[in-house]
Design a protein around this ligand. Structure first.
Ligand code: ACM
Ligand code: ZN
Length: 808
């Protein structure tokens, strides 16, 4: 329930243009001020003010009840009024009437009114007065909608409930908010082309994005790995391009029918969100080429969409007119489905190897004189190859087509290569340099810099404790602290920065719940970067406001990220002395709770205050989780802390350099299959290598076991890790990465107390494509941290031996 914060703050009444519209506003003598409880709004508004009323006057905030009226004086605001009525009805059960004039009693209403005195189309002024009225004034419906979103955030979090909640006082704090966005483009990106997610998931996200005033939904519909948009003229695109057989033999599929797309676009529009489709060209096109190999340089055939992540060399052939006819036909259907001013045509990561060897591409290069321009300094001050100029030709040609249909194009920053298409908007992803270069050329730019945290496929904490990700590091605080336009650039290139977007690529995002885990709460930080003036941002304040916002997310069933306990990153911590220090921390300095008896921690468990000191003979299992202020726990971690005697070294009678390798061909998906593998003959190899001859990056699938001894230099506690399937030391399996995830980031770390000398090891390499990642791309090795060392180092060939029989 809202309680007024009674801290007194004197704020002078500022511009009051809207007051005339609100019949009942405060007077100016004998002021007493109340600080409105408007501290919880995300993104933080441009300006919030106290409401000043005479001391003698009783403060009566509006408390919603079944008689509250929504007054809408402008028919263009009617959809916003209806949206508000629907939200209120759902959570409170009140069927609020929508009237077109103020009620006679002059109180208990929410007025939505149009005025030209509010700065921008998306801006609004919200006056919550002390005599039971609220007025939201805006120039345009979008502004009224954002005023309503702020109003909803001023109500108790239960207002987001999907079912009626009883016994809530639906009280609004009094105060005045003047607000408008810093940037016109406030975007979130969604990638169903690696892992698919359906329409219900998207609609759920659109509901939430609207709460935080996000206004663009970038829908990455096509890529090498799936083509996910139905095109009526080319039904084979989805018949063949929207399904792939994964490395483990399972099938992944999904696409959106045109009816579903219309449904999403309409749903988004009702929330003032533009849906921007992305149709990738000329690269990232493998899924399209499966059904239309004639549009490639080589003609194919292509069996299926790309099964591993990364970039395909086979791309659209811009040497062929049929390619342009195809792309134009596709875009014609896209224009019909998406009313957005922008159409994203990709343009990123297009390898040029096929174009170099393609007679059609080379003919196009000559016809267009690109060979003559190649190697000379262009308008952008750089030299380009003929193939880079062909990329620019392709983008420019498609831009002209889009422009002729009244649309603007967006492309990734690679579209700078070879010269920008004349009116293209650049999406700067490889850091900010491309964006700044484009802005200096007076092109609009959307900043999505991976380096600044806006690749939210990057992990939000230590790799050891977060789910497997593509890598990178993007904490909430990193996202929050970004300022795309420093003051020094504001009048210069800064004018061309139209907004910031967070991108969630889904290679390593296998489920809807995991998608939400990656989006939230980072998208809320993005919202504040995009909407709020930089000098209104405050990390400490944002974290406080986040508590309330996450309660709202709970009502939407959003699986947001809670930082995991870090500090100690191993799953087993061995020690040899009397005791060992076990420190914990997390990326947001939130409280942590733990148990030492093996039970799952709860909100009532012991609070972690300082480094734990664990001693004694009996092993202790620490279970620890992060606890949010709203009382939610992160997943718990379990760390076994164990006093160990040094395991003695092995004393083989005779050894030789190298390790024993054994190969079992086939696909091994379960522990039982691995345990039952039938291996071929032993061979001895000097160092770990695949069980087949080099030269191919992927198959044939096989399970490879290496055995031998590893020489350890000193007595003490060693750390171990590997990206391989399993690592065994002295007959104990100490690392198991398993099938749950692509095992690529040395995630699982552990320790053991070992004496100096030789220790038996067994390394298991599962050579298959797991969740789009070939294990052979990992370092086929294991890594050791010595007792006196600080880093995990790859074992050296000189440390490895295997036993040999002693000749008579
Ligand atoms: C991108 O990440 N290739 C835009
Ligand atoms: Zn070609």
């Amino acid at each position: 329930m809202n309680k007024h914060n009674r801290r007194v703050r004197i704020v002078l009444w500022a511009t009051s243009a809207v007051l005339v519209l609100c019949a009942s506003c405060g007077t100016r003598q004998n002021r007493q001020t109340r600080t409105p409880n408007i501290e919880s709004v995300i993104p933080v508004p441009v300006q919030t003010e106290n409401f000043e009323v005479p001391v003698s006057k009783e403060i009566r905030p509006l408390v919603l009840n079944r008689h509250t009226a929504i007054v809408c004086t402008d028919s263009t605001f009617a959809p916003v009024a209806e949206y508000l009525a629907r939200k209120v009805r759902t959570a409170t059960g009140y069927e609020l009437k929508i009237a077109d004039r103020l009620p006679d009693e002059g109180r208990n209403y929410i007025l939505l009114t149009r005025t030209d005195s509010v700065a921008q189309g998306e801006g609004y002024r919200l006056v919550s007065s002390p005599d039971e009225t609220v007025c939201i004034a805006a120039q345009a419906p979008a502004g009224a909608f954002y005023g309503v979103q702020t109003l909803l955030q001023l109500l108790p979090p239960e207002i987001e409930s999907p079912v009626k909640v009883k016994d809530v006082a639906w009280e609004l704090p009094v105060g005045v908010i003047d607000d408008y966005p810093r940037f016109k483009y406030r975007g979130v990106h969604f990638d169903p082309s690696r892992h698919f997610a359906g329409v219900e998931f998207i609609k759920k996200q659109l509901d939430v994005l609207a709460m935080f005033k996000i206004n663009r939904f970038h829908w990455h519909l096509t890529d090498d790995q799936l083509w996910t948009i139905e095109i009526k003229k080319y039904p084979e695109l989805t018949a063949k391009g929207a399904v792939r057989t994964e490395g483990d033999g399972s099938t992944h599929r999904g696409f959106y029918t045109q009816d579903e797309i219309r449904e999403v676009v309409a749903y988004a529009a009702a929330r003032y969100i533009d849906v921007i489709p992305e149709i990738e060209m000329p690269g990232h096109a493998k899924a399209a080429l499966v059904s239309h190999p004639e549009l490639s340089c080589t003609g194919g055939p292509f069996e299926q969409p790309r099964v591993i992540w990364g970039v395909e060399d086979d791309v659209f052939c811009p040497g062929k007119d049929t390619t342009f006819a195809f792309l134009e036909n596709v875009l014609t259907e896209v224009f019909d489905l998406f009313p957005s001013e922008y159409i994203h045509i990709g343009g990123d990561e297009c390898p040029k190897v096929r174009w170099k060897a393609c007679p059609d591409c080379q003919r196009r290069i000559r016809e267009q004189g690109l060979d003559k321009k190649a190697g000379h300094v262009g308008k952008d001050g750089r030299k380009h190859t003929a193939e880079e100029l062909l990329q620019s030709y392709t983008i420019t040609r498609m831009e002209q087509f889009a422009n002729a249909h009244g649309r603007k194009i967006i492309g990734w920053d690679e579209i700078l290569e070879g010269g920008l298409a004349p009116s293209a908007t650049v999406m700067s992803w490889r850091g900010e340099a491309g964006g700044i270069a484009a802005a200096r050329q007076q092109h609009d730019v959307i900043m999505t810099p991976n380096s600044a945290g806006f690749y939210i496929d990057h992990q939000q904490g230590a790799a050891e404790v977060e789910p497997v990700s593509i890598g990178g590091y993007s904490t909430l605080e990193k996202v929050y602290s970004y300022n795309p336009v420093p003051d020094s650039a504001a009048a210069d290139w800064g004018r061309y920065i139209i907004g910031v977007q967070a991108n969630l690529w889904s290679e390593y995002v296998l489920s809807d719940a995991h998608r939400e885990y990656m989006y939230y709460p980072r998208v809320l930080a993005l919202a504040e970067v995009d909407w709020s003036p930089n000098d209104r941002k405050d990390w400490a304040s944002f974290q406080r406001r986040l508590v309330d916002a996450e309660r709202r997310l709970d009502y939407h069933g959003i699986n947001y990220h809670i930082p995991m306990p870090e500090g100690t990153l191993v799953d087993l911590l061995a020690f040899t002395g009397d005791s060992v220090a076990v420190p914990f921390s997390n990326t947001r300095n939130l409280p942590m709770v733990y148990t030492l008896d093996g039970s799952e921690p709860t909100a009532a468990s012991a609070v972690y205050r300082d480094t734990l000191m664990i001693g004694g003979e009996a092993p202790v299992v620490i279970r620890i989780a992060t606890l949010t202020p709203q009382g939610k726990l992160s997943p718990s971690r379990s760390i076994r802390v164990e006093r160990q005697l040094l395991k003695p070294a092995a004393e083989p009678a005779a050894v030789d350099s190298g390790v024993v390798m054994r190969v079992a061909e086939g696909l091994f998906l379960t522990d039982e299959q691995i345990a039952g593998a039938r291996f071929g003959a032993d061979t001895v190899v000097r160092y770990f290598r695949p069980g087949y001859e080099a030269g191919t990056k992927t198959a044939p699938e096989s399970l490879v076991v290496y055995e031998g001894f590893v020489e350890l230099p000193e007595d003490g506690v060693y750390g171990f890790t590997t990206d391989m399937e399993e690592l065994w030391i002295d007959g104990e399996r100490i690392v198991k990465n398993g099938q749950e995830a692509a095992s690529r980031h040395l995630r699982h770390k552990t320790t053991r107390a070992l004496a100096a000398g030789k220790h038996a090891f067994r390394l298991v390499f599962n050579n298959m494509i797991r969740h789009g990642w070939p294990d052979v791309w990992n370092d086929i090795s294991f890594f050791v941290k010595t007792p006196s060392g600080t880093v995990y180092e790859r074992v050296k060939a000189s440390q490895l031996t295997h036993a040999v029989s002693v000749d008579e």
